[in-house]
Design a protein around this ligand. Structure first.
Ligand SMILES: Cc1cc2nc3c(=O)[nH]c(=O)nc-3n(C[C@H](O)[C@H](O)[C@H](O)COP(=O)(O)OP(=O)(O)OC[C@H]3O[C@@H](n4cnc5c(N)ncnc54)[C@H](O)[C@@H]3O)c2cc1C
Length: 344
């Protein structure tokens, strides 16, 4: 007898399934397209925090999730024997002018309290990083030690292996049994919009590229709004575009070339690296712009885990645990701003 059926085998569905399976629930995951077939099958994998200021529920939830990530991925890897490529390798950002420098220094102070001594946000001289430092007009950089990285499609495979090792079933077809969690990405948001007769969310396409360049232990960079993420396997991911209008969910085009050009301008060391993959996917964005977690608005015994938008992997561990609390133990620790009602 299955206790929980999760519809959708992306970052959110697999995280909820894993959190439930760890607690001893019998879990079935159903996805007609297989594991990591949606937005989660990509290659960027920045686990990067919001700025440490103007604290709110979303920032606090994300902070807890990022702090949980190291132990979470270690447990997943140990259970299933597949690496997610996780590493808390930190992040560097250039500082463009005197105003931004003042702000960065203020954030270094606020991080001390908000990040509870668990991670640092500091302002460091550019020459402390050699070739890998992005060009920074002020000569100063922000370095934070909270940011991590993992390789999204491998993280999905790692979660799937861990789930199978715990006896969960992952299938392309089957019948939902027990409690049902809908983690069906942007398609799920469109279906819910249709059901509710109003827009509760949509898809935002993103394109990204993978380069062959071994910087595996270097911090990731965020420069000119581009994520540059060194992976453990000797590749570097660069992303992403953000497109609300699109005809083809999986094609890449000149908009990705423009992202690459911005990355090359910020970090000339990237120019000589071979581009080995161009990829696109569609992020699930709830109307509230926050994750959508909680009971299904119309169906008893059914739940929604969606709206990961641009930080679905960063939110995954905490979202999974909160949903397992709700689904298995009727313990509702979902922030109000994250409930489906916030987008209805
Ligand atoms: C270019 C790009 C870069 C990104 N970079 C980052 C990043 O650096 N860091 C980060 O944290 N996040 C990032 N994201 C966002 C992250 O990928 C998403 O938030 C996350 O993948 C969403 O996971 P999900 O499980 O909700 O959706 P998805 O991964 O899309 O999974 C939904 C699944 O549901 C399945 N499905 C649909 N309908 C049904 C149905 N009726 N029944 C069963 N299954 C169904 C689909 O096949 C799909 O596999 C990025 C996204 C993109 C596109």
């Amino acid at each position: 007898m299955v206790d929980v059926t999760v519809m959708g085998a992306g970052a959110f569905g697999l995280s909820v399934a894993w959190a439930c399976a760890k607690r001893g629930a019998k879990v079935r995951v159903i996805d007609p397209n297989g594991v990591g077939a949606g937005a989660s099958g990509g290659l960027v994998g920045a686990l990067a925090p919001h700025t440490p200021e103007n604290w709110n529920v979303k920032k606090a939830f994300q902070f807890q999730s990022l702090i949980m990530a190291e132990g979470w991925w270690a447990e997943v890897e140990a259970a299933g024997g597949v690496s997610a490529g996780y590493g808390r390798t930190g992040r560097i950002q250039p500082i463009r002018d005197a105003h931004a420098l003042t702000l960065a220094k203020a954030r270094a102070e606020s991080a001390k309290a908000l990040w509870q001594g668990k991670a640092l946000w500091e302002v460091v001289p550019q020459d402390s990083l050699g070739d890998w430092a992005p060009i920074s007009p002020t000569g100063w950089l922000i370095h934070d030690t909270l940011t991590g990285r993992m390789f999204p499609r491998r993280a999905c495979a790692a979660l799937a292996a861990a789930l199978r090792a715990k006896g969960a079933e992952i299938t392309k077809e089957g019948r939902p049994q027990g409690k049902v969690v809908w983690a069906t990405g942007y398609e799920g948001l469109l279906a819910l919009s249709e059901e509710m007769g109003k827009a509760v969310g949509n898809g935002v396409k993103g394109q990204a590229a993978l380069l062959r360049l071994d910087q595996s232990q270097a911090p990731q960079l965020f420069a000119d709004a581009v994520h540059i993420v060194p992976h453990a396997d000797g590749t570097v991911a660069i992303g992403s575009t953000s497109e609300r209008e699109f005809d083809d969910a999986t094609s890449t085009d000149a908009q990705l070339d423009e992202v690459l050009a911005r990355a090359y301008a910020a970090v000339p060391a990237l120019k000589d690296a071979e581009v080995i993959e161009r990829w696109a996917g569609v992020r699930p964005r709830a109307k509230s712009r926050a994750p959508m977690l909680g009971e299904h608005p119309t169906r008893s015994g059914e739940f929604i885990a969606n709206g990961g938008f641009k930080i679905g992997f960063g939110m995954g561990p905490k979202a999974g645990e909160v949903m397992a609390d709700l689904v298995l133990e009727s313990k509702d620790a979902v922030p109000d701003a994250f409930r489906p009602e916030a987008s209805l």
